[in-house]
Write a protein that binds this ligand. Structure first.
Ligand code: GTP
Length: 454
């Protein structure tokens, strides 16, 4: 971390932002970080409180002396703070006017005090060596987490689970590099071969762990972003009605006219603690016009990338429709079959060995069972490949893939010098992952997604 740390973290400015949510609330927390925090506190509350002791103070405008609010003030002295800088929290009453007045008072303190950019607190924490880049990402995910699984995964990452795994890989590869170099130096003494063998063994073990981590990455990414479930079926099969029933609200338009849904309609659900994006789409058939044709194309594309498909067959029909049947047969195991409109009597019980669950969006029959089946299927997907290092983002996957590619080239590298080069390359990729090297180009990508106040 040392390379990225140091004075670069503060940039001299002192920043502030509302750290709690916007909107009326009992308490709002305004957070400050930077060298001018003690002076700002002196100007606002008439003194600099002892670190880590909550004190109740009148908060005054530094120029007019007008009392703005009574606040609980909490100060953290550098470096023992979230950002590593001087930090303070002002717990004020959570009204809009209070928050605005305090913001204005802070600006009136001068001394390079300004509102924070999104993610700037965490960015400073990272630059001051308080956490690595993966932990910073974990914090962003934790703030954004909507479900239990997301919260758990994000917290583990924020607490350094991925960083620890990567550090373990880097340590062994560094040792392999040292051995590899020693083998060049001592080639004549006969110890070279032994060192070389040990270096390769170390690299191979890391290789295996990286492969396992990459295999679990899709699952981790899904936990973070939500699993994708497509509702497919013929026009008028009852897809939109089913989506509305499952979502518990009228998200999609239901109409007796076939071909009503033309674009993909997505709703977010929490199924057993997992975030799920459930999508209703155009009915699969020969489209009657260009717009519908585009809808059908999008439907196929969405369904293809889906983690799970709910195939809706019109339960009152004598035979299953061909297009939906094709999709079902193409996804053995990745499909839940439904016979819709069960209140009108069901004639279809299974399609090509896939049992159909009778469901009625009118009476609600079977909806609970369908939700349970979906929850179990998603839980199964989330379980698959669980454990080990968790690569939650494309950025992680790309860095580990590149490192792995370098390690795979090791055994075929003709010269020991070339092997050293590959090991350095792999280490560099791991450094990018944690933010130890090439920081600037990844910083923007990582912190762009943060909210203000974090
Ligand atoms: N009796 C009964 N009618 C239903 C049920 N589900 C849907 N319908 C009716 O079937 C028709 C089509 O329903 P939708 O939900 O719009 O079907 P869809 O598959 O989304 O249709 P498209 O958007 O055209 O692809 C509407 O008239 C609904 O009222 C059900 O469970 N029972």
């Amino acid at each position: 971390m040392a390379e990225a740390g140091g004075a670069a973290g503060g940039g001299g400015d002192t920043i502030f932002a509302l750290a709690s949510g916007s909107g009326r609330a009992g308490v709002a927390v305004i957070r400050l970080s930077g060298p001018a925090v003690p002076e700002a506190l002196a100007a606002l509350v008439g003194g600099v409180p002892e670190p880590r002791r909550a004190v109740l103070r009148r908060l005054r405008h530094p120029r007019t002396g007008e009392v703005l609010d009574r606040a609980v003030v909490l100060r953290f002295a550098s470096p023992a703070s979230f950002t590593g800088e001087e930090v303070a929290e002002l717990h004020v009453h959570g009204g809009r006017a209070v928050i605005e007045a305090v913001g204005e008072a802070l600006l009136a303190c001068g001394k390079g005090i300004r509102p924070a950019e999104p993610g700037e607190f965490t960015r400073r924490a990272f630059l001051n060596g308080k956490m690595d880049l993966t932990a910073a990402e974990g914090i962003a995910d934790l703030v954004a987490a909507e479900t239990e699984a997301q919260r758990r995964q994000a917290l583990a990452q924020a607490e350094g689970a991925l960083a620890a795994t990567v550090a373990g890989w880097a340590e062994r590869l560094t040792r392999a590099l040292a051995l590899s170099e020693a083998s060049i130096d001592f080639a004549d003494d006969g110890v070279g071969d032994e060192a070389e063998t040990e270096a390769l063994a170390l690299a191979q073990a890391v290789e295996g762990e990286m492969e396992a981590a990459l295999a679990g990455a899709r699952r981790a990414e899904r936990v973070r972003e939500g699993f994708r479930v497509a509702i497919i079926g013929a026009p008028n099969a009852g897809k939109s009605s089913l989506l509305n029933r499952l979502a518990g609200r009228e998200a999609a338009i239901v109409s007796a006219r076939a071909g009503t849904t033309r674009d993909v309609i997505e709703v977010r659900l929490d199924l057993g603690g997992q975030a799920v994006t459930l999508a209703d789409m155009a009915g699969l058939r020969e489209a009657e016009d260009e717009i519908e044709a585009e809808g059908v194309r999008r439907a196929f594309a969405w369904a293809e990338r889906a983690d799970l498909v709910v195939a809706v067959f019109d339960g009152t029909a004598e035979a299953p429709d061909a297009a939906t049947r094709v999709v079902v047969s193409a996804r053995p195991g990745g499909c839940i079959g439904v016979a819709s409109k069960s209140d009108l009597g069901v004639r279809l019980a299974e399609v090509d060995g896939v049992p159909l669950l009778p469901v009625s969006s009118v009476t609600g029959e079977g909806i609970e069972r369908l939700a349970e089946a979906l929850t179990a299927a998603i839980a199964g997907l989330a379980e698959r490949g669980a454990g080990g290092a968790v690569l939650t983002r494309a950025r992680h996957v790309s860095a580990v893939s590149s490192a792995l590619a370098a390690l795979r080239r090791l055994p075929v590298a003709a010269l020991p010098e070339m092997r050293g080069e590959e090991l350095r390359l792999a280490l560099r990729e791991l450094g990018r992952l944690t933010g130890r090297v090439d920081v600037e180009d990844v910083l923007e990508v990582v912190f762009r997604t943060f909210c203000v106040g974090k």
